[in-house]
Design a protein around this ligand. Sequence first.
Ligand code: FMN
Length: 390
Amino acid sequence: MVKLFESIAFRGVELGNRIVVSPMGMYSADNGYVTPFHLVHYGKFAMGGAGLVFVEQTSVSRKGRITNGDPGLWEDGQIDGMRQIVHVIKSQGSKAAIQINHGGRKSSQQRAFRGNSHLTDRDIEMGEETWVPTGPSDVAFSDGFQTPIPLSKDGLTGVRDAFVATARRAVLAGFDVIELHMAHGYLLQSFLSPLANFRTDEYGGSLENRMRFPLEVTRAVRAALPSATPLFVRISATDWIDGGWEIEDSIVFSRKLKELGVDLVDCSTGGNLRAGSTNANLGRGPGYQVPFAERIRHEAAIATGAVGMIRTPDFAEKILQDGRADLIFMARQMLFDPFWALHAAEHFGLTGNFEKWPEQYAWWLAKWGGALRANGESLDGLERYREAAE
Ligand SMILES: Cc1cc2nc3c(=O)[nH]c(=O)nc-3n(C[C@H](O)[C@H](O)[C@H](O)COP(=O)(O)O)c2cc1C
C-alpha cells in the first residue's frame, strides 16, 4: 500500500490522502478581502488532487497583517469570499484548511514579491498603508524594521479574542481544519522565543512563562471550535540561532499542545532573528526539517506534518513509511506543479486509467495516452494508459 495515498482522519475529518498544500501567502487580497485570484489559485490545487489545501496565513486583525495584501477574517464581511474558496476546494474532493495569524513585530511590511522588507517612503507614496506593529517587547525584528509596541495585558486579551473570533468565522466559512500560526517570528512565536521576548511579567523569562500566551490562545480557540473540527499548530521547531528556541523546547511545547487537544504539529523552522542580525543559520537540503517532525512525533506522541524541500513522490512516501511524519506539506513544488498529487499517483501506478483525475479530464487523457503510444511517443505518466481506454 502506498502510504501517501492512504486516508487519514483527524477528529471528524477524513483526508483522502496525506498530501497537503502548505500555507503560502499570496499577498493579493484587497483590504483583507480575497479576490478571484484566490479562487483560481486554491481551486487549482484541489483539482490537482491534494488531500488538504491550506488557505494562506490569514490575519486575525487589521493591524496583525504582515502586508497590505494579506487576507483577513477580522470582520464578518470577509466570511463570504472565504466560503466561496472552501466551496471550490471541496467541490473537487479535497478538504479545506486555513492558517490564522497575527504578524506581531513582522507586521506592516512590503509584500514578499515586492521585496519582503519594511515599507519605504516610496511604497507609502504609492498607497501602501503603514502602522506601528505590536509584539512581546520593544525589540525590532531586524535593522530597518519598526520597533513594536509591547502588548499590555488588555492587548493580550484582545489578541486572544481576535484569534477566537477569527477561528469561529473560519468555521462559518466551512473550513474543515484550522491551524494556528506559531512559527516564523510572527506574534505567537515571538512570545515563545527568547530572541524576541524580553518581558519581565508572567509572559516572559522562563520557558513556562514564554509558552503561556500561545497556550492561552490555543486553549481559547480549541474551546470555541466544534469538537469534530481538527486544530493544527505550525511551529518553528528551532530558531537555528544559539540562545534561541530549540527542538527540546518544541518537544515540551508539543506535549502541552497535545494536552490542550491539538491534533497535529506542523513542523517548520526559522523566521525569527536576534536583534541587529539579518540572517539565521538555516539548514538547507532535501527534507531538512523532517528530523524535527520525527522527533516531535516520537517524543511528544502527537501527529506531525513534515515540510521543507520535499519534492519527489518517492521521498515523500519514504518519510511516511519510516514513521517520521503523518502528513506531507508541500509549498514551492505545488506552485511548480499544482497537479503533483495526481502525478504522484501516476508515478506509483495507482491511476492507470486516470481515475483519480477529474472525470472531465480522465477519459480524454486515457485516450490520448493510447494515441501517443500508437504514435511511438511517450509523455511522462501518460504511457501508463490501460488497454480498455484505447
Ligand atoms: C510563496 C510562499 C508563501 C508562504 N507563505 C506562508 C504562510 O502564509 N504561512 C506559513 O506558515 N508558511 C508560508 N510559507 C512557507 C511554506 O508553507 C513552506 O513551509 C516552505 O516554503 C517550505 O516548504 P517547500 O520547500 O515545500 O516550499 C510560504 C512559502 C512560500 C514559497
